[in-house]
Design a protein around this ligand. Sequence first.
Ligand SMILES: Cc1cc2nc3c(=O)[nH]c(=O)nc-3n(C[C@H](O)[C@H](O)[C@H](O)COP(=O)(O)OP(=O)(O)OC[C@H]3O[C@@H](n4cnc5c(N)ncnc54)[C@H](O)[C@@H]3O)c2cc1C
Length: 451
Amino acid sequence: MKNKKYIIAGAGLGGSLLGVLLAKKGFDVEIFESRPDMRRHDIAAGRSINLALSDRGIQALKKAGLSEAINKIMMPMAGRLIHSVDGQKQNQPYSGKKGRVINSISRGGLNSILMTEAEKYDNLEIHFESKIIDIDWDKKEFTYWSDDADSAKKEDFDIIFGADGAGSEIRTNYQRGGLRMFNYSQEFLEHGYKELEIPSNMDGSYKIETDVLHIWPRGQYMMIALPNKDGSFTCTLFMPYHGEQGFDNLKTKDQVSNFFNEKFPDAVPFMPTLLDDFFENPTAPLATVKCYPWVKGGDSALLGDAAHAVVPFYGQGMNASFEDVGVLDDLINQDPSLNWEEIFDKYQKLRKVNADAIAELAIDNYKEMRSHVADPTFQIKRHIEMALESRYSDFNSKYSLVTFEHEVPYSVAKSLGERQDEYLMKICKDVKDWTSLDLDDIYNDLIKLRK
Ligand SMILES: Cc1cc2nc3c(=O)[nH]c(=O)nc-3n(C[C@H](O)[C@H](O)[C@H](O)COP(=O)(O)OP(=O)(O)OC[C@H]3O[C@@H](n4cnc5c(N)ncnc54)[C@H](O)[C@@H]3O)c2cc1C
């Protein structure tokens, strides 16, 4: 069984990790990646764009033995630092339990580590600049464009994984008839995003606090900033495309300058390249992709963004992709006979409900990040959650369930977390001093919500 030919479309985050774990088991793996090798070419994905890596992703990376390598490129963030328009700052820890952090990590740095690890195996090869464009399921053959060839080439496969991201060609093939009764939806947010930068000081030191995720919440829109190892921060402005407070209204340098001076006055002095960044960097859309089934018998499976692209507001898209790979790895280990049809079916049933849950949580968290974090009732609720987490080892807020409790599936984290939120928001309404509330009573009420 092991000398089958395993093909992975995409050497991104999920595809590279899957490659490592399959190669480690002795499978023959070939990865086809449409882009050039980011370790040798200066391409967008290799730049210092960063992501928040948390527990679920870290657990899957541990399976590949990569903890030490990734530790070196991670920057811990223990909470949110909220920047008000008047320049005031407020620290909101992510958890009341000690040592809980999320980690800012360079996408290019992490992807490079994964690809380098994958290429250590003789039974794995990555073909760069090789874009998969078609699959013939009857012949078990796929077609790809390689930049070093004049025409498309064909190759056979036994099993093909679609780890080719939100615009997946493998998923498109399912949709074009490769898979009967295939359900698919793509829903764009009205909001897009643009990346900007806070560079380091001349001596390489940081201009603002490094151990937090900075947020400038402004109701309809927000800016965030995550630290990079080189002393800089990647800032992301999320806002509607249209309307009064939208990208449409930021067309000239004066408009952008006035807008930032008015809305983000404390950030502007740290953003010397703001106007160049704003007009050079693209405004990109954000969408949720859902589909089902994720697998075609025992021949093919989708994972990561190809199966479930989510908006980035819970910082879980990559983590969920890695979790997919971890679950697949467990299921393969549990089935020495390697019945792929059964493995894939179990995989999609386990994962779909959780992918749907994190998709919805991510949309809800956008509202929380851009406005609720500045709301007094929400802030009281966060104080109580922190106090409860610190006093009771078995209490976790919704954020903690999603972010720090990898043994709790996203779907369970969502349903329990929402019940807790509803109860807590109710008791926090009109409370001025959260210390006047009885924590033991609250805890006892919350326990009842677990059933
Ligand atoms: C602004 C923003 C911020 C985000 N922040 C976070 C965060 O903080 N934390 C988090 O967990 N997630 C975050 N995400 C989500 C995260 O980026 C994705 O969930 C993650 O990259 C998905 O990994 P993947 O391997 O499935 O897909 P990708 O990383 O997109 O990899 C797909 C790969 O397939 C290749 N490819 C595409 N088509 C083909 C083809 N036809 N043939 C061959 N190769 C192909 C691509 O070149 C790419 O290398 C963010 C996303 C955005 C947009």
